[in-house]
Structures are given as structure tokens and as C-alpha cells.
Design a protein around this ligand. Structure first.
Ligand code: AMP
Ligand code: ZN
Length: 497
């Protein structure tokens, strides 16, 4: 029996504003779409946080035995500089500035995106479609929307008629906005735009002669609107109605609102059963954002080569830091927060390393099955990873007690404990048992690590020469300054107090 049959998941659905019991459209199968990056610059850690939240959700759903089709797109055309359909295409602009082809920009930053995600141990999505690979599907959608009377063509561009749509449907239901308020809050058109109303959005934009990324269409040469690509790609691979659609909070409006409108206008139904929005990563109390430049690139954090943080951090420590906050909470990236996460991560890994050597008894002093279900309950409650981690630390305490013989465990319970910890730590949270000192940076922590390694080697040599006085002296004097050596089957490791 697949695990999901015994676990009831609740998901906070942004459209209802409530936690709802999750029921997939087809039993045992889940279709999930997450808006991917616009590949015109290196991803920052804020982007990584959002994709990581959905990676963890994907991992958990798979762990429960669901067959998940996870579609995450690459936006390689059509994303203009601002949401009001004005400004240059972000990719074309970068290409112009760097004097390269737009597709070179796309290639460079897609490779960067994949490298970063690999470093952080992401699972690849099932399908990673590109906007430029789905121009025909987008044109077909526009034709349907025009035929249904919800879009108009003007001077080679096609716009979605928000006012017309709102007569029969509800524009703004996801972001809880009312069209009247939007009208009240938007500036009058400056005469530069062909739109009937400022709230209308582009489905197709006419390409000016200098615009390189262009495709032929019934309305002349042009390029598709950003919102349309996600509607085309999600429904092509997941059907007109599918289970989960995710993205960062900032995409709720207008991007996801427009996706709903396009789908309803073209197919007559709302595309998504559960809308999920991940909250923002902040730096210095401000949202991390490419536009403001308030960003940390993952590489800077991994190498320690930056002015914000005191040292380099391993990918799993950063993953752990992110998992310690619920995906719907704002998270502030701080040096102290990362240092605390590093400590916690190391403590968790040390406990996991002890698991194989634990002695078993005739009885267990805790109820392991009860603890295991608490781990599932945490994840079933809208993927509450911080609560899951709190339960994992309960297990750490227990493991240390068993080692000190102040608690006991049976062989059978030890198996349950080990499997559950492995499932949650490695499969669901996606952590890897790496030392936080494996980065190649010049910072003092890394120097310290090299020096201790040197002393460990000298101690080994002394032992090989049967000079136990010297080998003990190295161990004891290091202990005096707070560095504990531990001899294990894979050699000597150390911890710093
Ligand atoms: P973009 O490439 O700008 O379209 O962003 C890719 C994804 O990263 C989207 O889902 C955004 O919502 C998300 N994102 C952007 N900034 C942040 C941030 N500071 N924290 C978390 N997610 C973010
Ligand atoms: Zn999207």
C-alpha cells in the first residue's frame, strides 16, 4: 500500500486563504507546475529559496509514493522589464549590453541555474519546457481567447480585455484585488500604448524592426507575452485542470492572476486546484531582488568571498537554514542565522553517524512509532519543515541518550528510527552529509581546518612510530584549546567547541 493512503496532507491554498485537505485529480498522480527563472542573469539566493521550497515539496510527495509530474519552465523570451507590458525584453537587453546573441544569454544563465541547483542537491523536474519552444501553442491559445471574445488585436499586438472578462468572470480572485480598485490605482494611459484600458495585458507584442527574438503569427512578426507562456506550458503537459501551481509570492499578481484569466477565457475553467506561494528571502530586512541589487549570489556564500558573512557555508548548511523556516514565512538571511544552522546541521549529522554503532536492548524507552508519525504529521501540515526539524532534534537527543546508556532501544525500533531519519533528512529535506569545512576559501575557518588536519597527520605518524607520548600530547593539547579529535573507522575527524 503506498504511503499516501495513510497520510492526509493539508495544503494552504492561496486562492481560498485556507489550509485544505489535499485530494489529487487522479488518485496516486500529481501534476505540479512551478514558474521557472527568467534566464537573463545569475540566480540569487532568493530565487534558490523558492525553488528549494518546491524541491522539498516534490521530494515529500514522491516519498509518499505519488507519481508526480513536476513541470518547471525556463522563461527565455517575452519577459519585459516591467509588468505593464513596457520596456525592453530582459534577455534582449542583456544581449545588447553584452553584444552577444539573446540565445547566448539564455544558454549562459540556464547553465548557471542548473549548476547552482545541482550544487544544492535539487532533483530535476520531470519536464523543463522553454517559452521559445512553445510559440505555436501560445499562438493557438491567443486564437481561442480572441474567438471567445476576450482579446483584441491592435497594430500587430494582441491584448487581453480585462474589463470584458470581468463582466462574466472574476479578475483578481487570487490576489484579492477588485477591478474597480485597480482602475482607481493605475495611471491613465500616456498615449504610447495601444491598450483599450491600462489593466489589459499583452498576449502578443508586435516586434519592432530591431527586436531579434521574433516569430511569425497571424498578427504579424512578434513575440508572446510572459503570462501566456505559463498557461501554454502548464496545460500542455498537465491538462486544462491540474493539481498544484507554485511560485514566489511576488508572482501572485499580475502573473498568476493573468494565468487564471487566460485559462478561463480560452478553456472556460480555472486551471489549478491548489495555488501555493513561497515567501521571500530578505537581506538586511529588504526583499532580495535583482532590480534593487539587494542580493547575495549562492557562489559568494559557498566560497565565503563576500562582505556580508564571516565564513563560507556548505550547500547543505544553506539548505538546512532554508528548511528551518516554513515556506510561507519571510526569512531573513543573516550571518548569525547561518552560523546557528551550521551548528544544528553538524549536531544532526554527528547523531546520524552514531546510529550504526548504537547498542540495542530488550525494550525501548521511547515510542519510536509515535515519534515517526509526528514527523509525517509535520510535513502533512502544509509541509511544515521547521516542526519536522524540531522532531529530528528530539531524535538526536534520544540517540545521544542511547549512546550514554541513559535510554534504550530495541533492534526493531532502531531500524524504524534509522529509516525514518534517513528518509526525512536525505530524501525529503535533500541534505547531504558533508562537512561544513569542505569549501575552498581562504577564510580563517578553513585555515584552522587545514592546521588541525596537519596535526592529525602528525599524530598518525607518531602513532605509526609508536611514539604514543607525542600522539597523546597532540590530542590532549588540542582538547585543551577546545578541539576534540575523534577516531573512527574512516579516520580521525574533529569538532571545535
Ligand atoms: P524570476 O527569475 O525573477 O522570475 O524569479 C524566479 C523565482 O524566484 C520566482 O518564483 C520568484 O517569485 C522567486 N523570487 C524572486 N525573488 C525572491 C526572493 N527574494 N525570495 C524568494 N523568492 C524569490
Ligand atoms: Zn509563470
Amino acid at each position: 500500500m503506498p504511503l499516501y493512503q495513510s497520510q492526509d496532507i493539508k495544503i494552504y491554498n492561496s486562492i481560498s486563504g485556507e489550509k485544505e485537505t489535499f485530494k489529487p485529480i487522479n488518485e496516486g498522480h500529481i501534476g505540479m507546475y512551478v514558474c521557472g527563472p527568467t534566464v537573463y542573469s545569475n540566480v540569487h539566493l532568493g530565487n534558490v529559496r523558492t525553488f528549494m521550497s518546491f524541491d522539498m515539496i516534490f521530494r515529500y510527495l514522491k516519498h509518499l509514493g505519488y507519481k508526480v509530474r513536476y513541470v518547471r519552465n525556463i522563461t527565455d523570451a517575452g519577459h519585459l522589464e516591467n509588468d505593464a507590458d513596457t520596456g525592453e525584453d530582459k534577455i534582449t537587453k542583456k544581449a545588447r549590453l553584452e553584444q552577444i546573441e539573446p540565445m547566448e544569454v539564455v544558454q549562459r544563465y540556464t547553465v548557471d541555474f542548473h549548476n547552482i541547483l545541482n550544487t544544492f542537491n535539487f532533483l530535476p523536474p520531470s519536464i523543463e519546457p522553454t517559452a521559445t519552444g512553445h510559440i505555436i501553442e501560445q499562438i493557438e491559445l491567443i486564437k481561442d481567447i480572441i474567438d471567445n471574445g476576450f482579446a483584441y488585436e491592435i497594430n500587430g499586438s494582441v491584448y487581453f480585455d480585462v474589463h470584458k472578462f470581468n463582466e462574466t468572470n472574476e479578475y483578481g480572485k487570487l490576489s484579492k484585488r477588485k477591478l474597480e480598485d485597480l482602475i482607481h490605482n493605475t495611471r491613465e494611459l500616456d498615449g504610447q500604448s495601444d491598450k483599450k484600458n491600462p489593466q489589459d495585458f499583452a498576449l502578443w507584442k508586435k516586434a519592432e524592426p530591431q527586436h531579434i527574438m521574433r516569430w511569425p503569427s497571424p498578427w504579424g512578426d512578434g513575440f508572446p507575452g510572459w503570462h501566456l507562456e505559463c498557461t501554454a506550458m502548464s496545460t500542455k503537459y498537465l491538462g486544462d485542470r491540474f493539481d498544484i501551481h507554485g511560485g514566489g509570492m511576488d508572482l501572485k499578481f499580475p502573473h498568476h492572476e493573468c494565468e487564471i484569466a487566460q485559462n478561463e477565457a480560452a478553456k472556460g475553467e480555472s486551471p489549478v486546484n491548489y495555488w501555493m506561494h513561497a515567501n521571500m528571502l530578505e537581506l538586511n530586512g529588504q526583499r532580495m531582488s535583482k532590480t534593487t541589487g539587494n542580493i547575495v549570489n549562492p557562489q559568494e556564500l559557498l566560497s565565503g568571498d563576500n562582505t556580508f558573512f564571516s565564513k563560507a557555508f556548505a550547500p547543505s548548511v544553506i539548505r538546512f537554514f532554508i528548511a528551518q523556516a516554513h515556506y510561507r514565512s519571510v526569512l531573513d538571511l543573516t550571518n548569525d542565522g547561518l552560523l546557528a544552522s551550521e551548528k544544528g546541521f553538524n549536531r544532526l549529522m554527528e547523531a546520524i553517524n552514531l546510529l550504526d554503532g548504537l547498542k540495542t536492548s530488550d525494550a525501548s524507552s521511547i515510542n519510536v512509532n509515535n515519534w515517526k508519525q509526528k514527523c509525517y504529521d509535520a510535513m502533512n501540515d502544509d509541509f511544515n519543515s521547521p516542526v519536522l526539524i524540531a522532531h529530528l532534534f528530539e531524535a538526536v537527543k534520544y540517540i545521544n541518550q542511547i549512546k550514554d546508556e541513559s535510554a534504550t532501544i530495541t533492534t526493531q525500533d532502531l531500524e524504524v528510527l534509522k529509516t525514518t531519519i534517513h528518509n526525512f533528512v536525505f530524501d525529503v529535506l535533500g541534505l547531504q552529509s558533508q562537512s561544513s569545512t569542505t569549501n575552498n576559501s581562504n577564510k580563517s575557518e578553513d585555515k584552522l581546518s587545514n592546521i588541525v588536519e596537519l596535526l592529525i597527520n602528525m599524530r598518525q605518524e607518531a602513532r605509526a612510530n609508536k611514539d604514543f607520548k607525542l600522539s597523546d600530547q597532540i590530542r590532549d593539547e588540542l582538547a585543551e584549546i577546545g578541539i576534540q579529535l575523534k577516531d573512527g573507522k574512516d579516520g580521525t575527524t574533529f569538532t571545535v567547541n
